[in-house]
Design a protein around this ligand. Structure first.
Ligand SMILES: C[S@@+](CC[C@H](N)C(=O)[O-])C[C@H]1O[C@@H](n2cnc3c(N)ncnc32)[C@H](O)[C@@H]1O
Length: 341
């Protein structure tokens, strides 16, 4: 059979796709060398940046030029560089920073993206094949890497916290439990907007030891922590439960187990908000960020990104009632509201 001739522009398109990988390498270097932080006080020459980061000037210039070509930082006259909004997303310890998540993806996750064929042909998880343990076990064994992952989650929450607060009224709820709440940034934001509510951040011990230190002083009366596994028992008796970026980490059976434990903890009439990306059911051929985030799940975890119908199946299996989906102005997340009736 004759093969289809290749059009040169599509050879070039493939070349551009690979460019995404090369560019991501440059983003990692900018994150590791704290370039964004060095530019916060104003534009700097490449020789200043090279000196401050103990780098070779000519090599660093090539990385910076490639980044500026993608809109990350701005190149001015005489090899001088300035911070712009895109580059600012790599600053250290600023709400909404992508820096830590970049380092997560480009360090411990990175080799897994070269092993997707292993996932596809064995149905197993490349991360476990490469590192010899699952992601959560890895973070327990390497606490500094785990701490960076936690900061990564906190930073990336910047994509959606405003949309969550603006599109869901948390004020009527007295007690809110955030399941797998990580370092707590979502509960902090919710409690600031719902002054009569109290909140509990529930996660594993290695995470909570950092979380407890991060509770803002003005919330210390209303925000507390609880340690445990959502596969065992979830704190009981709240009128609202939330879980953001949790179910996509796990396969359907594990999700049903987590949701059944939610069901057991919830009083009748209590609500559960599943906050995850949702792939539109009719999105054939259309790009959606969740279709790419799904590749992180394929490479690193047993989970997957789901369509609304797929969410409804696991919700029903756990005995909960789907009530509504709320779009929050970004494809990165939607709120799926469920109720125990
Ligand atoms: C992808 S992160 C999301 C964190 C946070 N909800 C957010 O959106 O930024 C998943 C969280 O689940 C927690 N986790 C993993 N296994 C858990 C378990 N068995 N019980 C409770 N929490 C768990 C992790 O420690 C981590 O904080």
């Amino acid at each position: 059979m004759e093969k289809q001739p290749i059009k040169p522009e599509f050879t070039f398109k493939m070349f551009e796709i690979l460019g995404g990988l090369w560019l991501t390498g440059c983003v990692k270097t900018a994150a590791e060398l704290n370039i964004a932080d060095l530019l916060t006080s104003g534009p700097q020459t490449i020789s200043f940046l090279a000196e401050e980061t103990q780098s070779h000037e000519a090599q660093l210039y090539r990385v910076m030029r490639a980044l500026c070509g993608a809109g990350i930082f701005e190149e001015l006259e005489n090899k001088t560089f300035a911070l712009n909004d895109f580059g600012a997303a790599l600053q250290t310890d600023v709400p909404g920073t992508a820096k830590n998540f970049v380092l997560t993806i480009m360090n411990e996750h990175f080799p897994c993206y070269g092993e997707l064929t292993y996932a596809v042909q064995t149905g197993k998880v490349p991360f476990e094949h490469i590192h010899g343990k699952d992601l959560w076990g890895f973070y327990k064994e390497f606490p500094e890497t785990g701490e960076n992952f936690g900061k990564g989650m906190t930073g990336m929450s910047g994509m959606e916290l405003k949309g969550i607060i603006e599109n869901y009224d948390f004020k009527p709820y007295k007690k809110i439990v955030d399941i797998g709440g990580g370092n707590g940034v979502m509960i902090h934001t919710i409690l600031k907007n719902a002054p009569q509510s109290s909140g509990i951040i529930f996660d594993e011990a290695n995470v909570i030891e950092k979380t407890i230190k991060m509770i803002p002083e003005n919330l210390s009366e209303r925000c507390s922590v609880a340690i445990g596994s959502f596969f065992n028992e979830i704190p009981q008796g709240a009128d609202l439960y939330t879980m953001k970026w949790i179910l996509h980490d796990w396969n359907d059976d594990k999700c049903v187990q987590i949701l059944k434990n939610c069901y057991d903890a919830m009083p009748k009439g209590a609500k559960l908000l599943i906050i995850d990306a949702v792939i539109p059911d009719d999105s054939l051929n259309k790009p959606h960020i969740a279709k790419l985030l799904d590749i992180v799940m394929l490479a690193c975890l047993t989970g997957k990104e789901r369509t609304l119908n797929e969410f409804k199946l696991i919700i029903e299996k756990a005995g909960l009632q789907f009530t509504q989906i709320i779009h929050i102005g970004t494809d990165a997340k939607s709120i799926i509201e469920c109720e125990k009736i």
